[in-house]
Design a protein around this ligand. Structure first.
Ligand code: AMP
Length: 305
């Protein structure tokens, strides 16, 4: 089944302890689509300015991302500049230039309106809500957010929670949104606003999936080298929602598998800058890494006699 993603289409400039990249492909929609398209067809809605290197998106189209919802308008594309110091879990935003994004009103093409899976990437929650008004009762709606929107549009974000089935956010964002230090309490607070599933990511320490009935935890893959953490969150979401869309199965057992696919895609994303690693990745490599996750957490409860 198809996933519709609406989110930022950006030019990122990123500095990490291992190097720097200027004006590379980024944005929540692009990074999500780069991961999810390995698993299932993706429909993308976003906006770019006249300065965007559209030809660099061609490999995504080749891989099954329908770009019919990508609007091109006069002006400057969304730009994000960030730096990571030695704690690679923390992105220090140096500059956010909304550009054409500041007047963006998502227009969902008619042929995208019936998408059974919808991912509302990290954008203004008022725009995320606007998307929900245009789609026909999807099977699953998931959303993401970040500190920028929690600070500037908190009430809109809380209103959005009543309309989504799932939210993915990191531990700092969960604490900031709920004003609760304890993540179990934070997840419960979020579920009380509406979502059935709350995924709280803890960077290199893995990710929790909370539902009313259970808690599931998947570790992060222990990589030797993390090159650029940008996109880990969106690729996690792409792997997770992409796997659910591919299988069409929302059982608890399948949701747990999906969390591991999310963790696997997130781990590949950070091996190179931008979406470079995701675009050269094969489905076989993804499945192999999912198998390695299984080994990572397998243990025997029997005491040796
Ligand atoms: P993550 O997957 O959480 O690392 O997200 C990284 C992406 O988020 C980058 O490619 C940025 O272009 C994008 N981004 C950063 N700030 C914002 C924002 N305020 N709104 C939408 N997208 C953003």
């Amino acid at each position: 089944m198809t996933v519709l993603v609406v989110g930022s289409v950006a030019l990122d400039s990123v500095e990490t302890p291992f190097g720097a990249a200027e004006n590379v492909l980024g944005g929540s929609a692009v990074l999500f689509a780069s991961a999810a398209s390995l698993l299932t067809p993706v429909q993308l809605v976003g906006v770019i300015g006249s300065d965007y290197p559209v030809d660099k998106l061609q490999p995504l189209a080749t891989r099954g991302v329908d770009l019919a919802g990508l609007e091109k308008v006069d002006g400057e594309s969304f730009r994000w500049r960030a730096r990571y110091r030695h704690d690679l879990n923390v992105a220090e935003t140096l500059e956010t230039r909304l550009g054409v994004f500041s007047h963006f009103r998502p227009k969902i093409p008619d042929q995208f309106k019936k998408a059974p899976f919808v991912f509302l990437g990290n954008i203004d929650p008022r725009l995320q809500m606007d998307v929900l008004r245009q789609v026909d009762s999807p099977k699953l709606v998931a959303c993401d957010t970040m500190n920028f929107w929690i600070e500037s549009r908190r009430a809109d974000l809380v209103a959005l929670l009543a309309k989504v089935h799932m939210i993915t956010l990191n531990d700092a964002e969960a604490r900031q949104l709920t004003e609760k230090a304890n993540l179990v309490h934070a997840a419960r607070w979020i579920m009380n606003q509406g979502p059935r599933y709350v995924i709280i990511k803890k960077g290199e320490h893995g990710a929790f999936m909370f539902t009313r009935e259970s808690v599931f935890f998947a570790p992060a893959y222990p990589l030797e080298q993390i090159f650029d953490p940008t996109g880990a969150g969106d690729s996690f979401a792409g792997g997770f929602v992409g796997y659910l869309a591919k299988t069409g199965d929302l059982s608890d057992a399948n949701m747990r598998r999906a969390v591991v696919y999310g963790s696997a895609l997130g781990s590949f994303a950070v091996e190179k800058f931008s979406n470079e690693r995701l675009m050269e990745l094969t489905r076989a490599e993804v499945d192999k890494r999912v198998g390695e996750f299984r080994k990572l957490v397998a243990f025997d409860t029997e005491m040796p006699s």
